[in-house]
Design a protein around this ligand. Structure first.
Ligand code: DX5
Ligand code: ZN
Length: 224
């Protein structure tokens, strides 16, 4: 199981420090939540901040970028130029999904599609052979610290079966990532549903313990 720390709930005035904390705890993915105040009712950061983080943190960390924006088709290249390795785009926000994921891959980045809790799985299945990841939202996007929505189970299980069938037929392996409300108490359940990659925000960055301590509790839960 890959743990992708979401720095959204960390102290954003100390963004680089929060990222370094996660990296020093042994995590090599960073989940960057880009919000535009239009597709979602919140505003975070964009290419200039990401470029600065890349400069400060070096080439090693995987910048897994979750684009909660209305205009990904116009500006995805700016995120790749800023140093993002992987871009996930919301099917609800994109008109020409197949064209966009193909263009992202041609530009040299990994491509993912994101499904809101109320969005059926079918749009992701239509492009499954062209992508690297499906991100299943287990909260409505926009804010960290929300509660996990358990009805995403059926969607995850359908995706798992479709991806396993694609791989058995010699096709591309696609990661299933889950984002929202993932904590030590539910991460083993997600693994059992077939999830490969979990975004964890407030479960890692909170006032209760350090990132390292929180991560140890999560890893222990995965070993039970
Ligand atoms: C929500 C974001 C998530 C979120 C994760 O819109 O995409 O990445 O911040 O935070 P937690 O783990 O606190 O739900
Ligand atoms: Zn996210």
């Amino acid at each position: 199981m890959i743990i992708a720390p979401s720095i959204l709930t960390s102290d954003l005035a100390r963004l680089a420090e929060s990222c370094k904390n996660a990296i020093d705890s042994g995590l090599d993915w960073l989940h960057l939540d880009v919000m535009d105040g239009n597709f979602v009712p919140n505003l975070t950061f964009g290419p200039p901040v990401i470029a600065s983080l890349r400069k400060t943190l070096g080439d090693a960390p995987m910048f897994d970028t979750h684009l909660m924006i209305s205009n990904a088709e116009d500006c995805f290249q700016d995120y790749i130029d800023a140093g993002c390795n992987h871009l996930s785009v919301h099917v609800e926000a994109v008109t020409h999904l197949h064209r966009l994921v193909t263009a992202i891959r041609q530009a040299g980045a990994g491509a993912g599609v994101v499904l809101n809790p109320g969005t059926p799985v079918d749009a992701a299945l239509e492009v499954l052979s062209e992508i690297d990841m499906v991100l299943v939202m287990s909260v409505n996007p926009g804010f960290g610290g929300q509660s996990f929505i358990p009805t995403v189970e059926a969607k995850i299980r359908r995706l798992r079966a479709a991806i396993d069938a694609q791989v058995a037929a010699g096709g591309r392996p696609v990661q299933i990532q889950v984002d929202g409300g993932v904590k030590a108490h539910n991460i083993a359940m997600l693994r059992d549903w077939g999830v490969d990659n979990c975004v964890v925000g407030s479960g890692l960055f909170n006032d209760r313990a350090s990132v390292q301590e929180n991560l140890e509790v999560i890893q222990a839960a995965l070993q039970e």
